[in-house]
Design a protein around this ligand. Structure first.
Ligand code: PHE
Length: 461
């Protein structure tokens, strides 16, 4: 048997895993959730969840992957035997679901990038109407989301070192540079400080049940947990690498981008006198108007950079999502990598069509207002379903590590490549979190999401 591919070293792994984590979740979803949930109070709760829940789960997920050296299904099965493989399968299925709609949103970002740089996005009169038409008209969307899926497949089909690693080594630094440049620019605008205040000075009266629910959901999603992406990347990690410090860097890198995205978006929004609570279209409706006000040249540069950055962020995430089922089929079914990647990309693209057509496309009203889903649209349905699956999968991961693999075995794996780990006391924290805090938090979140989304109990609590 040929040896399994590995990342060339620590930097390659960290960049790829951070690339997976940093995505639309950070730049598109985080600012609108923060905007909707009171800015600074959301940020505060979010940071707590990152530290106490997500970081420990991330170390556990990477440890499972590296210990077993297999895909999500194979790793759970190898370490846990019996039916534990099904936890991995759950992750793989959720990954496919997420990719199917994520690719559609990535296609919007791609389309906006092309339009702002090469076409007339800057001369639009009303960006709200424009966005509504844009997402409802499948002609452009189909093309751009297909383009995005093809880019993803091209990279993944090249394998770990030549594809995933090289792509991340180029795009991740690019993303940071663009982000910092945009922040510097937005902070110099008149009225920018109002945005900074909204974002950094918490008003605890703003904290509600939604702040918690949205915060923990977002933290989990943003760090790519629960669907085997980091587990799969962990399986390509050399034994001499330090998992704990890598996980800390990945967590920081991801949190930093979310934090910085807010620091860029809110000054822009406030300086233009707009409302931060616009919801999902925030970056597609409010920001283009602001770019327009900058004039045709500066607007193209700043707006083009913004949407290019969004595409980079999305692409480094979609490749990790496609890698999860690819690794499964290559490891378990011994299928050839390239063919598997292209077949999966085609299937997932087709699975994304109902999401793509659910944003107001004529003739597809039933997807736009799902009667069984309280009149919400198909894309929201899949995204909620996936979030629920992620939390369930996180819950099962904690149960698996605590009762099946056993925490001391995990610590043994974590200590390889990290000589000071056991004496640092950090393992007590990770223990406590994986055994107690995470399963309780994930269990509650799963139940609440289910009640709220499927049983319409939003008004009862
Ligand atoms: N973390 C990515 C984001 O923030 C999304 C993602 C989720 C990627 C799960 C891979 C796995 O956009």
């Amino acid at each position: 048997m040929t040896e399994r591919a590995k990342f060339s070293g620590r930097i390659g792994f960290i960049l790829a895993a951070a690339g997976s984590a940093v995505g639309l979740g950070n730049i598109w979803r985080f600012p609108y959730l923060a905007g909707k949930n009171g800015g600074a109070s959301f940020l505060l709760i979010y940071l707590l969840f990152i530290a106490f829940i997500c970081f420990p789960i991330m170390t556990a997920e990477i440890a499972i992957g590296r210990k077993a050296g297999l895909n999500a299904y194979g790793s759970y099965k190898k370490i846990g035997s019996g039916s534990w493989g099904s936890v991995g399968i759950l992750g793989i299925i959720i990954g496919i679901l997420v990719l199917s709609f994520y690719n559609v949103v990535a296609g919007w970002a791609f389309g906006y990038f092309i339009e702002i740089v090469f076409s007339d996005l800057l001369s639009v009169k009303d960006y709200g109407t424009h966005f509504a038409h844009y997402v409802a008209d499948p002609s452009d969307n189909l093309f751009f989301s297909m383009g995005f899926m093809i880019l993803t497949a091209l990279i993944v089909s090249q394998g770990i070192q030549k594809g995933i690693e090289v792509a991340n080594k180029i795009m991740m630094p690019g993303l940071y540079i663009l982000l910092i440049a945009l922040i510097v620019y937005s902070l110099t605008l008149p009225g920018a400080m109002k945005g900074v205040e909204f974002y950094l000075i918490p008003d605890i009266t703003e904290i509600t049940r939604h702040t918690f629910l949205d915060g923990v959901r977002q933290a989990f999603f943003s760090l790519s947990l629960g669907m085997g992406a980091l587990l799969t990347y962990g399986s390509y990690l050399h034994k001499d690498q330090n998992i704990v410090s890598s996980a800390a860097i990945i967590t920081l890198a991801d949190t930093m981008v979310a934090f910085l995205a807010g620091l860029m978006v809110f000054p822009l929004v406030f300086s233009a006198g707009q409302s931060p609570a616009e919801g999902p279209p925030l970056v597609f409706m409010i920001l283009p108007k602001i770019f327009q006000d900058m004039g045709p040249i500066l607007g193209r540069i700043v707006g083009g950079s913004f949407f290019l950055m969004l595409c980079f962020a999305a692409l480094t995430s979609t490749i990790s999502m496609l890698e999860v089922p690819t690794a499964y089929l290559v490891d378990e079914k011994k299928l050839p990598r390239k063919k598997t990647v292209w077949t999966l990309a085609t299937v997932v693209f087709i699975m994304g069509l109902p999401s793509l057509l659910s944003q107001g496309t004529k003739g597809f009203d039933m997807l736009n207002k799902l009667s069984f889903y309280h009149g919400r649209d198909f894309m929201t349905f899949i995204s909620d379903l996936a979030d629920m699956g992620l939390t369930l999968s996180g819950f099962l991961l904690c149960i698996f590590v605590t009762y099946r693999w056993k925490l001391f075995n995990m610590h043994e794996e974590l200590a390889i490549g990290s000589p000071g780990y056991m004496s640092s006391g950090l393992h007590h924290f990770i223990n406590f979190s994986i055994r107690i805090i995470c399963p309780i938090a994930m269990g509650i979140l799963f139940t609440m999401l289910m009640l709220e989304k499927f049983f319409g109990l939003d008004n009862i609590f």
